[in-house]
Design a protein around this ligand. Sequence first.
Ligand SMILES: Cc1ncc(COP(=O)(O)O)c(C=O)c1O
Length: 399
Amino acid sequence: MATQAIAHQLALADRMSRLGTETAFEVLSKAKALERQGRNIVHLEIGEPDFATPKHIVEAAVDALREGWTHYGPSAGLPELREAIAEYVSRTRGIKVTPEEVVVVPGGKPIMFYAMLALIDEGDEVIYPNPGFPIYESMINYVGGRAVPIPLREVRDFAMDVDEMARLITPRTKLIILNSPQNPTGGVLARSDIERAAEAIGDRNIMVLADEIYSRLQFAGEPFSIMSVPDMQERTILLDGFSKTYAMTGWRIGYGVMRADLANQITRLMTNSNSCTASFTQRAALAALEGDQSAVDVMRAEFERRSQAFVYGLNRIHGFSARMPKGAFYVFANISQTGWVAKPLADALLAEAGVAALSGTAFGKYGEGYLRFSVANSMDNLMEGLKRIDEWTKKSLHQ
Ligand SMILES: Cc1ncc(COP(=O)(O)O)c(C=O)c1O
């Protein structure tokens, strides 16, 4: 196809140069391109459950479509869903949440976008985990904030060092992002760490974005939210949703829970962008919250079993080592003994071994020396992936 000559240069706004990306989608499309050329690829790059959405949730959506839930709804979400979410969050976090404090949005991600648009002025500092979900850093930069990373280290099982976090707080700190269980490391923040983080914040007027999208996928112990710490509720924005818990990534539905005055502002951003989350999707989410939860337990147990098997196998491969994650569905493997840096190694594994994984640096500069493998794939595929990596290292690494 001939490309048309460009008569007018694209005059992008400056802020677009500060926008980052989520590399998982780029690697996925590269892997798909190789498949179109006839190559066989083991997909360990994308972070989504490989399970189907539970049947009763799908049925609820089909019923909703037939019943005519095909129109606009309120920007903040359907009242019955906001009520069910308020009840769920009250119960799971041991606090009192009202429906006015809930905003339903298309996925968990928009809560990051809206919270930063609503709160961060030029030069405001945002402390965030690194390696961490890449959209945090992208959005902080996009809105003109100053991105202040807290390095997560393997020696601490990838839980942040609270004393280090405390030292990063300045009079310009506006927001602190916590994520547990964590993407990409599978690290979990212990209740004592979260309580000490709240103590370090003290009485300062700093908001916390608590990304708890993997809270139902914690392998041991009960997840603990900073929103449950006395005095922190009004300074916490809880991000949660349906994508990971109920294998609903493609439905695009999630929510934020926050003080009602901020919820009103986030709702204004919804009105200005999406108008509302799809109505029939919200009816399905209601069925997810109110229906049988056994599928969630099955998926969590399966992710734990696969993580164990993958970690075990990886630790037998020359140059690779990994700790058992404490939640979510990622294995963050140390590759420093391979003698390679992360990005070229991820590229070589894809091109030469047919295994798609993500460079740790896709999650920030402190991800150097690591690769992220998603175990949201069948045990057979995970074992095939390990076999290919093993063969590749035997061929390509000096042992
Ligand atoms: C830590 C974290 N937060 C939020 C999200 C976004 O979830 P959603 O697909 O519901 O927007 C993801 C997705 O990968 C994630 O890993």
